[in-house]
Design a binder for this molecule. Sequence first.
Ligand code: CP
Length: 363
Amino acid sequence: MTNPTTTAGNGAATGAKSDHEVAQVASQENVALPPRKHLLDLDDLTAAEITDLLDSAEGMLEIIGRDVRKTPALRGKTIITMFFENSTRTRVSFEQAGKILGADVINVTASASSVSKGESLLNTVKTLQAMQIDALVVRHPHSGAPYFISNHTDASVVNAGDGTHAHPTQSLLDLFTVRSHVGDLTGKKIAIVGDVLYSRVARSNIIAFQKMGAEVTVSCPNTLIPDEWQLDSTLGSETGFGGLKLARNVDEAIDSTDVVMALRIQQERQDAGHLPSLREYSDRWGINAQRMALANDGALLMHPGPMNEGVEISSEVAHGAQSVVEEQVRNGVAVRMAVLYTLCAPGKSTRLAGGGDEAQAQA
Ligand code: CP
């Protein structure tokens, strides 16, 4: 799995501590971190910072539930969503989140922008930067693109999914959804079933749930895990995913779990020879009622969407009583409101306070 934080995170070019290093030191020494400028990944955040974001999202959910869903918290701020890949949930929820908070939200898609005329990512960012924007929400097919962008703009950058690397706001909304049902995540058992090798949601969710104290097991074909990992083993701390269990047998992975998360199987994985057939995948790893019966009573069924019903998840359970798929979508708006507010509200942004990277390096 790629980890651009080791090569492209804040401070990498200057020799200053990376966000990850700062977070580790802060965590060990129990010191408060300065405000963040960007949200690029969750491995940069401490459990306490994640909890603060989730707590903030609780308040945002209350705002969403009002008759008049509008606050002036980000009035006068300009947020650009820049999507170089298709999206329904993430793009719409960021737009809705920004608008509820009173910001001006402008959507840019690669196909309808000068990117389609050959403009480079750098020139696109510089062009938007010249328009005095406050936040840039970016989805990009290349891992690390949001890190690159964060080095070339004064705006706060939010990673809305980059290649196979990370999807931090998806993980925050998944944590938020599970927490709202089970409370403290410590010791809770989570089974993630699907494409671990290529899924940015898998990577971010393994990090997120482990960071909050949950026990995570993944199950998938051995062609969909990194070469150096072995099924039917538990990863050591040297991998960065210490304690992660890898189960060949999906029934064993799901047995006695509190949460079952199915991941989208992309057709291109079969085309690339990673799967014998979608039908065989569905038989051996698809989540259906029989498999859900192995989980704890009242276990939650999650899927980040979009779902391939009949492949990684049966229609019966996707829309059944244990499914929280639509809750995940609704919570996504609240969580993204919390993220935008935390990064952009007056007095919160390190950019507004002046010098985020320097402040982080001093922590
Ligand atoms: N889960 C997710 O990222 O969905 P979209 O691609 O629709 O944004």
